[in-house]
Write a protein that binds this ligand. Structure first.
Ligand code: HEC
Ligand code: HEC
Length: 326
């Protein structure tokens, strides 16, 4: 197994996970305005959109209504030429329990802040993590995050062949820049909407100690699900420099990421890339791994990496990794 050499470096760096105190999951990464109340339930998943008004997108030839754009078993494919031919499970899912992967992750695998970018991952990692979802090793630290439960439901209802087809498809598409990182003190005011923060109006507010990852164009992302319209991540001033120090040197608090994620953090062998990926998604993963909600066999290698990091340190790290060119 290729991962053995990583296991060695992880073990040498022995840290005590027992010192970690449980904090609330950072709401900005999970798509909520505040921390969950005790005993909070998953947010309800609404019915599919039924709006039949035709919509168009600059550069796309076909028109689609929202009912088609958000069709769980065959969402609109605005740009059929920007990706290889989709396997059936990616394009249509499987009735009744597997929704089309392309609905949330987009046909080109770019994904969104409230789910994940899935293109460019090694097929080995993709398959392994799908089994982690299937076997209960990937859950969300925030009990309200209903779409993580959906992901578990899909994985449980997929065959080995369907998982392999999706892994090979998304793995064949290169991960390219999609998120612009901006250090700032003030941000446009946003409202959470189905796990995504959307800009409403022109009012500004202090950023404080959080990252606000929001679509460049709320209408393009939320209404049209435009797979060419990316995101801006507003991060605190100084976050990139602090994140860089932890990522490259570890600073006695963590292990330099390049050891396992590759010198430019674009991924190494089966280990997933970090460069240019959604900071909200990566933050959720680091926090979920630290708190034991994500706990597959490969996650063991990440345990010592996250054990001693504070939430702010993880935030600085993901701000920095998001800023790197994939
Ligand atoms: C309803 C929206 C939705 C659909 C449809 C969906 N996913 Fe996901 N997927 C998610 C979410 C949400 C996450 C991230 C979970 C989290 O952050 O806790 C995710 C994460 C993933 C990841 C993990 C990526 C990583 O870097 O580890 C993979 C792989 C994945 N999905 C594959 C699939 C496949 C294959 C399909 C189609 C069968 C699919 N997804 C359909 C919402 C969705
Ligand atoms: C000892 C090897 C090792 C080191 C060092 C390491 N990682 Fe990882 N990392 C992994 C492995 C293996 C996985 C896949 C875990 C799994 O499948 O659960 C992973 C997964 C991740 C993920 C989840 C990615 C996804 O697509 O879901 C994040 C985020 C991450 N690492 C961040 C970091 C950061 C940041 C650093 C440096 C501070 C780092 N890692 C250092 C081995 C390592």
């Amino acid at each position: 197994m290729k991962l053995c050499r990583f296991a060695v470096s992880a073990l040498v760096f022995a840290v005590s996970a027992a010192t970690m105190s449980a904090a609330d999951p950072p709401p900005w990464a999970y798509g909520f305005e505040g921390p969950p109340q005790a005993g909070a339930a998953p947010t309800a998943i609404g019915p599919a959109n039924t709006d039949q008004t035709p919509r168009s997108l600059p550069g796309a030839t076909a028109q689609y209504a929202r009912a088609q754009i958000a069709n769980r078993f065959g969402p609109a494919d605005w740009f059929p030429n920007d990706h290889p031919q989709m396997p059936d499970v990616v394009a249509h899912g499987k009735q009744p329990n597997v929704w089309a992967c392309g609905l949330c992750h987009y046909p080109n695998g770019k994904g969104r802040a409230e789910n994940a970018g899935v293109s460019g991952l090694s097929a080995e990692y993709f398959i392994h993590t799908m089994y982690d979802f299937k076997e209960g090793n990937r859950k969300s630290a925030d009990p309200r995050k209903a779409n993580t439960n959906l992901m578990v439901q899909f994985a449980k209802n997929m065959t080995d062949d369907e998982i392999k087809a999706a892994a090979e498809y998304f793995g064949s598409i290169k991960w390219t820049r999609w998120i612009k990182v901006v250090e700032t003190k003030t941000v446009p005011k946003t409202k959470p909407s189905n796990g995504l923060f959307l800009i409403e109006g022109t009012e500004m507010e202090p950023l404080g100690n959080r990252i606000v990852e929001t679509p460049l164009n709320a209408e393009a992302t939320e209404v049209l699900r435009d797979p060419h319209s990316g995101f801006t991540a507003y991060v605190p001033v100084g976050a990139l420099k602090k994140g860089e120090a932890l990522v490259t040197k570890g600073g006695g608090k963590t292990i330099a990421c390049a050891n396992c994620h590759g010198s430019d953090l674009k991924g190494l062998g089966p280990v997933p890339g970090l460069a240019g990926r959604s900071p909200s998604y990566l933050m959720r993963q680091m926090y979920d791994m630290q708190q034991g909600f994500r706990k597959g066999s490969w996650t063991q290698l990440m345990k010592p990496v996250v054990a001693n990091l504070t939430t702010d340190e993880m935030m600085n790290i993901v701000a920095y990794t998001a800023s790197l060119t994939p």
